[in-house]
Design a protein around this ligand. Structure first.
Ligand code: NDP
Length: 501
């Protein structure tokens, strides 16, 4: 899914190869960044070791103070940060503002909850080990490598970076070649409040730089991007037994049940499918609508989507397609759907005018079409009729992807949600789980594994450290050669009493 942001690289005064990030709205250069070599990536990881020791020694309170200061600095420089995100991705100012609001809220949650979730706590030793005190804590892994995509260049990697830092790790971050400046901004601002050591470093470059990070001896690699690249990352990390967190793509369904608030469902489907130009891993791509409300739903979606316009000017509803090559994928999906008997109720092939794609709403699309089976990543929606919500659940679960989903139903929302094979579900809303910092974010199947956000997201960047301390000698101690057969007999009797009935 990746192509280089620019085909040309040039050597800077320092002799390092550099590449440009471009504004997809205008083609103008936003900034130049080094193509970090394998040796430089290894050096960054070596330096991060020292930073990790310093950062871990600060303890939860010390880290929280620094992360809170970073959060306040990001709020202070929010306009500047938002403009940089808009320049590198082309997204609308409001889409960038929403992204940053979530970044800041998650950073706060991670720093605040790390002590309670990860700090040492007592664990019941159980009846058989009554003479022991048991404790558990979650310790930082050391250095975490983070590889991120371009579609949410701050929110997505920060799901790993903020949680890994709050857990006490140093981070080396490889941003997408389309959004290197966003990564540099994050590292520079954290550097202002943590001047002692570079606890967050950025290594800019192309896919090779990401591959080098996988081989650089990090203690964990957190990858967010497409499923094919996720497989490559996992293979590269396997040779050194480096654990991986893999957050990949999706083809998220929205189910509209017979008893849904149809107006609210239509509004959510249009926003969930089209905001950020449809370039959202957990955006709405497939909609399954119960027969009883299908026609009303399609009419409302067509009315709403038909009014939206992409553009680069302030006030445009959404921006361009950030990655030029993705336009071909969107075009192929739309054409394939129409050739196979689908109908466009909004837009069509003529809606594709690079770098912009106007909204396209397709209905009656065969379930084996590309627009139903593969990630489109554009401002398109497939709306298919089903007999009822039960058929919708079957179709929703039919793909190997399993990232997020949404259900609209007045009475059966939670029941239908429970039957969906995916990591996250919104009921009577879309994408709501991503804005609740306490909820874990991630998928199953081809959408990857591991979790960012929430308690799981903090633990993801730690290892469990368990201690069992003997407080006094037990009357019956089976864990010694002095135990005698009577002791074992008594222990077994106890086991029969405790567990045999
Ligand atoms: P890619 O998989 O193309 O790239 C992701 C990152 O991996 C980029 O930084 C890329 O660098 C890097 N990379 C490329 N090749 C390698 C390699 N061989 N080894 C290591 N790293 C490599 O994804 P996109 O950037 O195009 O992002 C869009 C995808 O991300 C979509 O599929 C979307 O669904 C998914 N996504 C998933 C999310 C989730 O939480 N589940 C959230 C957001 C997006 P470079 O760009 O320089 O090539």
């Amino acid at each position: 899914m990746t192509q280089t942001a620019t085909t040309t690289t040039a050597r800077g005064d320092d002799g390092r190869e550099r590449f440009a990030s471009l504004d997809p709205r205008t083609g103008e250069v936003v900034g130049h960044h080094p193509v970090t070599t394998e040796a430089e990536v290894r050096e960054a990881v070596r330096v991060a070791r020292g930073a990790a020791a310093f950062w871990a020694d600060l303890g939860f309170d010390g880290r929280r103070a620094r992360l809170d200061a970073w959060r306040k600095l990001l709020v202070k420089r929010l306009d500047e940060f938002q403009q940089l995100i808009c320049a590198e991705t082309g997204k609308s100012a409001d889409d960038a503002r929403v992204e940053l609001a979530l970044v800041i809220d998650h950073l706060h949650w991670a720093a605040r909850h790390a002590p309670k979730v990860l700090g040492r706590r007592k664990v019941s030793p159980g009846m058989l080990m009554y003479n022991f005190a048991a404790t558990l804590e979650y310790r930082p892994l050391g250095v975490v490598g983070v590889i991120g995509p371009w579609n949410y260049p701050a929110f997505t990697p920060m799901g790993s970076i903020a949680y890994a830092l709050a857990a006490g790790n140093a981070v080396v971050f490889k941003p997408s070649e389309f959004t290197p400046g966003v990564g540099v901004f994050l590292a520079a601002t954290l550097g202002e409040v943590v001047p002692e050591f570079p606890v967050l470093q950025v290594v800019t470059g192309f896919g090779d730089t990401g591959a080098a990070l996988c081989r650089a001896g990090v203690d964990k690699l957190a990858f967010t991007g497409s499923t094919p690249t996720g497989k490559k990352v996992m293979a590269a990390c396997a040779s050194s037994l480096t654990p991986v967190l893999v957050e990949c793509g999706g083809k998220d369904p929205l189910i509209v049940a017979e008893d849904a608030d149809v107006r609210a469902a239509a509004e959510a489907a249009v926003w969930g499918g089209i905001f950020n130009s449809g370039q959202t891993c957990a955006g709405v791509e497939r909609v399954y609508v119960a027969d009883a409300v299908h026609d009303e739903f399609v009419a409302l979606v067509a009315e709403k989507a038909g009014k939206l316009r992409p553009g680069g000017e302030p006030g445009a509803d959404f921006g361009p397609i950030t990655m030029p090559k993705q336009v071909e994928v969107i075009q192929k999906h739309v054409e394939d759907a129409l050739e196979r008997g689908g109908r466009a109720v909004v837009g069509g092939p003529e809606s594709i005018r690079p770098p912009y794609v106007e909204p396209v709403v397709l209905v009656d699309v065969p379930e084996d079409s590309l627009a139903v089976t593969d990630e489109t990543f554009g401002p398109t929606l497939v709306v298919n009729r089903v007999a009822d919500a039960d058929e919708a659940v079957r179709r929703a679960n039919a793909l190997p992807y399993g990232l997020g989903a949404a259900v609209f139903s007045r009475g059966r929302g939670e029941e239908l949600a429970a039957r969906l094979r995916c990591g996250m579900v919104s009921v009577n809303s879309v994408l709501a789980y991503a804005s609740v910092p306490g909820l874990p974010f991630g998928g199953v199947g081809d959408s990857g594994f591991g979790r960012i956000h929430g308690e799981d997201g903090l633990r993801e960047f730690t290892y469990a450290h368990a201690v069992a301390r003997k407080r006094f000698s037990a009357l019956l101690d089976p864990m010694t050669y002095d135990r005698g057969s009577r002791t074992v007999k008594h222990v077994l009797r106890l086991v029969r009493v405790l567990h045999g009935r």
